[in-house]
Write a protein of this length. Structure first.
Length: 314
């Protein structure tokens, strides 16, 4: 667990590899909230984090989900069973998928296969609808007097929100402010890249969501993948540049016979080039290894997006 001060700690959920997927525990005046929760396999880690903070399960008031992709929300139902007083706070577009996760599981199974879903995420547990609060744009969560502002943040997914914490001048960004793995930190700071995971990548909306967050003038961002980043304005610029570059790659290869392979190749080249310019000393193979899941999923998401663009022209 990483303690960032102002009552905020990051818990490594254990998904995929160390320092890849975080849940955030926020403690204020003896009350607590989790922001994103990882998978079913993450629940013991989150309960242990509460114990380390000497906070009882009865003191958790909220389980806040930035969006319902399984690496962020897959363990929510199981966790809620352990937290008798908690309410789940979810984007209006995502709430129904946590109340009845069957469609969510079916969609993920189509991408990853049933065996991988069970291995990585476990069996999703529905959340009682009586314990769900839907957070429309500008919804305020009151955590023992600490105001957490939920803002609609599409671009990565239409059911995505980010949460602004005025006390720490920080956003909990889910995937809207990209991915920043600590292995890529250099003396130039954090390295960052966008995520266009299928199936709702919308570049214009993502640009707008990033700009809206920056407009709050936050001093730090808490990313689910992974941890805290600062230098917010610089990193936002890096994200904007790469979103445009990724869109250009998708358009350039939209009708290729081997489109998936060529998009993956160009994405890898983009990220390798930027990582090395950032001062990263890993060789190309190591960079590809660390970003392998993201290159694959970003390529899939770009293909879904470009097919929509092509369909709209006909």
């Amino acid at each position: 667990m990483i303690d960032y001060g102002t009552g905020i700690s990051a818990v490594d959920t254990g998904f995929f590899r160390p320092n890849f997927d975080a849940s955030y525990l926020v403690v204020e005046n003896g009350r607590a909230a989790f922001v994103d929760v990882g998978t079913n396999h993450s629940v013991p880690r989150l309960l242990d984090a509460l114990a380390q903070k000497k906070t009882s399960v009865d003191a958790v008031d909220y389980v806040i989900l930035t969006h319902v992709h399984l690496d962020h929300a897959g363990g929510a139902g199981s966790l809620m069973q352990k937290l008798p007083n908690a309410r789940a706070v979810i984007h209006p577009r995502g709430a129904r998928h946590m109340i009845d996760p069957s469609q969510l599981v079916a969609g993920a199974t189509a991408v990853y296969g049933a065996e991988e879903i069970q291995r990585s995420y476990g069996t999703l547990v529905p959340i009682d609808p009586a314990r769900v609060d839907t957070a429309s744009d500008n919804y305020i969560i009151d955590l023992a007097g600490r105001k957490l502002l939920c803002i609609d943040a599409p671009g990565h997914a239409r059911h995505h929100m980010t949460i602004y914490d005025e006390k720490s001048r920080a956003f909990f960004t889910g995937d809207t402010f990209g991915l920043s793995y600590r292995e890529f930190d250099t003396d130039q700071g954090a390295f960052i890249l966008p995520t266009s995971t299928p199936i709702q990548f919308e570049p214009d909306a993502l640009h707008a969501s990033i700009d809206r967050m920056v407009g709050f003038r936050p001093t730090q961002m808490f990313l689910t993948h992974f941890g805290r980043v600062t230098e917010v304005t610089k990193l936002a610029g890096d994200l904007h540049e790469q979103i445009d570059a990724m869109v250009d790659i998708a358009r350039a290869h939209a009708t290729d016979a081997d489109r998936h392979a060529t998009i993956m190749h160009d994405l890898a080249e983009l990220y390798i080039s930027r990582a090395k310019s950032h001062g990263c000393t890993f060789d190309d193979a190591k960079i590809r290894e660390l970003l392998s899941m993201d290159i694959e999923l970003n390529a899939q998401g770009l293909e879904v997006w470009v097919d929509k663009q092509l369909g709209a022209r006909h």
